[in-house]
Design a protein around this ligand. Structure first.
Ligand code: NAD
Length: 482
């Protein structure tokens, strides 16, 4: 049996104005695979939020970060990525124990987080404005200015990457940052403070708070000193944050939930498709906003696809993330119970092929579950379960497949598996989602804009487009006097 202890000594405290700030009140953090306490972190509340906002505001107003030459700012942001790569082994191990995800997926998360720092840092000096022709008597140009204090409220399923993808762009464009890390798995966020110190960010540029959503989260998003909010999480929380932002008329980016569909035509290669589906729905035990939680399969192909996928699924091993298993624990007992409730609903709505219950072992493990002959419009087909549960829905013609895929309140991602280029292009045109995948679920990466249509949110993360979230445009018009 492996040693599942963290085996690291790190201050699990709020990081404000370049200092670790403790609090006798703690938030307990558990390993979801063993249910054991692994850390107690200092709890942030209104007082810590006030301190962090004051620090970030003062730093911004003094120009200590926005005033740094973009090339120098970019170097520091890129340096934070290097810090992550230099500490990859420790961070990945901590992330694995903290979030429950398999170690190889934790390595990927740390590595792609480092990429965000590299990608956005290298663009800090490329935020070029435009020159606008008003005629001989004028010079007119635009500049992009940072908003100021940006708040980043982060979910637990990708606690490091979801923080870094917005923080890296916000820093590169000259903003100061306050992270509200997820209370269920906050540990890797603290390493961003170490990265900030390693590259010499001025005090107050980066602040990290761990607190409960209704407490620190709500205090942060309604704070009068915050200029912009990036939220990644559920629709309900997003709505309450949008209300708080509306009260103060400040911009938000909303990265919300998903119920994404992959359409499968009979010409799709079976083995390749099944491998894609295995990752698409069961990676991180389905706790992925962009998971392929719906598979819309041509009726003539459905039984063969489902049978082969069930076979592959039955061979997936389950266990602690450190031990190289594919199926990992869900984040908490609440999440496990929520997924089990949906599976119980599904048993009355569709035909269950495999899975169906919590695993009989320690930790919050759920068996990967597949439902077939699912009706479009049923609850398990419409609602975000956020667990290892796949709904397979049959279709008879292309038009119906697109209609089923689009029959959702969400519109985060959609995909199509076919060798017919015209079919793929028609689907890419007609599917209502922010990212479309042809023949590879999650084709794309740090460089490709990601975000939702419909209730999946608005604004884009990733790609150069996301840098525009963190700047406001100023136009300067000059009359040339004779
Ligand atoms: P959640 O909405 O419960 O919590 C997200 C964050 O918001 C946490 O840090 C939480 O503490 C905080 N929070 C909760 N209530 C708050 C409030 N009133 N004010 C301010 N902050 C508050 O979501 P979750 O359960 O952590 O994450 C799962 C959800 O996130 C799923 O719906 C998933 O699809 C979505 N998600 C979306 C993306 C994306 O990029 N679109 C990525 C990852 C997760």
């Amino acid at each position: 049996m492996s040693d599942y202890n963290l085996n690291v000594s790190h201050p699990w405290q709020n990081y404000i104005n370049g200092q670790w700030v403790d609090n006798p009140e703690k938030i307990p953090v558990y390993d979801p695979a063993t249910e054991k306490l692994i850390a107690e972190v200092a709890r942030a509340g209104q007082a810590e939020v006030d301190m962090a906002v004051a620090a970030a505001r003062a730093c911004h107003e003094k120009g200590e970060w926005k005033g740094v030459r973009p090339i120098e700012r970019g170097r520091k942001v890129m340096g934070m990525g290097k810090y992550l790569m230099d500490n990859l082994d420790e961070m990945a191990r901590v992330l694995c124990i903290d979030s429950g995800k398999p170690l190889d997926q934790a390595v990927t998360e740390v590595t792609s987080s480092a990429r965000f720092f590299e990608y956005y840092g290298s663009h800090a000096d490329k935020m070029e404005g435009t020159s606008i022709p008003l005629g001989d008597g004028y010079v007119d140009f635009t500049v992009y200015e940072p908003f100021g204090v940006t708040a980043h409220v982060v979910p637990w399923n990708y606690p490091l990457e979801c923080a870094v993808r917005s923080v890296a762009a916000a820093l590169a464009t000259g903003n100061t940052v306050i992270i509200k890390s997820p209370e269920l798995d906050p540990l890797t966020a603290y390493y961003l403070a170490d990265a900030a110190e390693a590259v010499g960010l001025p005090d107050g540029v980066l602040n990290i708070l761990c607190g409960y959503g209704h407490e620190a989260g709500a205090a942060l998003v309604s704070h009068p000193g915050v200029d912009q909010i990036v939220f990644t999480g559920s629709v309900g929380t997003g709505q309450s944050i949008m209300h708080a932002a509306a009260d103060r008329v400040i911009p938000t980016v909303m990265e919300l939930g998903g119920k994404s569909a992959g359409i499968v035509f009979p010409d799709a290669n079976l083995d390749y498709l099944v491998e894609q589906a295995k990752w698409g729905i069961f990676m991180n035990s389905g706790q992925v906003c962009s998971a392929m939680s719906r598979m819309v399969v041509h009726r003539s192909y459905m039984d063969e696809v489902v049978e082969t996928l069930a076979d592959v699924t039955s061979n997936l091993t389950m266990g602690h993330g450190l031990e190289g298993h594919f199926v990992n624990a869900l984040i908490s007992n609440n999440q496990l119970e929520r997924v089990q409730e949906y599976v119980n609903v599904g048993k009355n709505e569709a035909e269950m092929i495999i899975g169906g219950s919590m695993a009989d072992r320690e930790g919050y493990f759920m068996q990967p579950t597949i439902f077939t002959n699912v009706q479009s419009g049923s609850r398990i087909e419409q609602e975000e379960i956020f667990g290892p549960v796949l709904s397979v829905i049959p279709f008879d013609d292309e038009e119906e497949a697109i209609a089923i895929a689009n029959n959702s309140d969400y519109g985060l991602c959609a995909g199509i598996f076919t060798n017919d280029l015209n079919k793929a292009m028609r689907a890419a045109r007609d599917l209502k989602a922010g990212q479309i995948y042809v023949n590879e679920w999650w084709a794309g990466g740090v460089e490709t804009p990601f975000g939702g249509y419909k209730k999946s949110g608005f604004g884009r993360e990733k790609g150069l487009a996301a840098m525009m979230n963190y700047v406001q445009t100023k136009n300067v018009g000059i009359k040339i006097l004779p």
